[in-house]
Write a protein that binds this ligand. Sequence first.
Ligand SMILES: Cc1ncc(COP(=O)(O)O)c(C=O)c1O
Length: 386
Amino acid sequence: MRAAKRIEKLPPYLFAEIDRKVAEARARGADIISFGVGDPDLPSPPHVVEALADAAADPATHRYPSYTGMLAFRDSIASWYERRFGVGLDPSEEIQPLVGSKEGIFHLPVAFVDPGDVALIPDPGYPVYETGTILSHGEPVLLPLTPENGFVPDLDAIPRETLERARVLWLNYPSNPTAACVDVDFFQRAVDFCRAHDLLLAHDAAYTEITFDEYVAPSALQAEGAMECVVEFHSLSKTYNMTGWRIGWVAGAPVAVEALKRLKTNIDSGIFDAVQRAGIAAIEGPQDHLRSSIETYRRRRDLLCDGLKSMGVVVEPPRGSIYVWVPVPDGHTSESFTELLLNEAAIVVAPGNGYGPSGQGFVRFSLTLADDRLEEGVERLRKVVT
Ligand SMILES: Cc1ncc(COP(=O)(O)O)c(C=O)c1O
């Protein structure tokens, strides 16, 4: 027996590969310090956990949830969009809860990309934009993000023939893995471009709430004309340290939200109602937990960037996300430096080229590890780098 050919076309998921190498190193007795996966080490807010426990004790939550998500959850997302971005959304037609944003990101091409259609994808970028496109028999066309272009795609450089076949433009700011941030003017240019070329702009906004130094990340839906051509993916995962809970949403252009909704009724059966009630508690409850997470990441970012600087590796401290994107020393590739760190310092980082060919020459450090481990990691790094 063999698996379908489409499975053969899929690269192994980057972190499955990293996990395997880490397990091997641990089995050899290594004390691994992991800057690998971007999975918050901080706990979910206690009032959210309590809301889940209360809701889980209520048998009304035990049946199949609704496909479209609880109206109360969609209402609280709409109110949050209004408060946070000044964007008005209709909870019935313009918001669809997701089983984590990864689910919706993967399914968007199934709903929107026909075989042979092009999806424009940031390179480096979150791998699911590309794998979702490949499994929908679409053609991923990579848009290089480099230090020279400020990690922002040069939309005017996309060839006309490519644009004619393109259906979707993916963006993600604050960005994983580059940690680059943009302002609303950039989104306005992207929206104007998408309207001119009849493209759907799919913005992955997973990290908009984790920002530093007074920077406030915009929503792509703030741009004029966005409701015609933008969908934005959001998630409670990183904002509230809820990666294990699997809850997010897509919001924006009704035509795309409707297409995803229709697809999803055939795939999953919604999010556990108790988790949605907890999601409401996260969005509407006290935000001091978020402020404290941001402060923790800021401190760790500075520890890492200052440490790197003292080794002669100068990295501009990022204004958002939970990552630092670091160029590898001369003479190294992303892979050779990742291997060196693992073998010589028992440090795990994500090789930049795992996020696309333009990530070659970089590694990604995630800030989701305790300060003392991070500090020790910096000292181990110093021994390898200097
Ligand atoms: C850029 C980006 N988008 C989406 C996700 C998926 O988040 P979730 O499915 O937990 O909402 C991640 C997770 O790491 C991410 O980095």
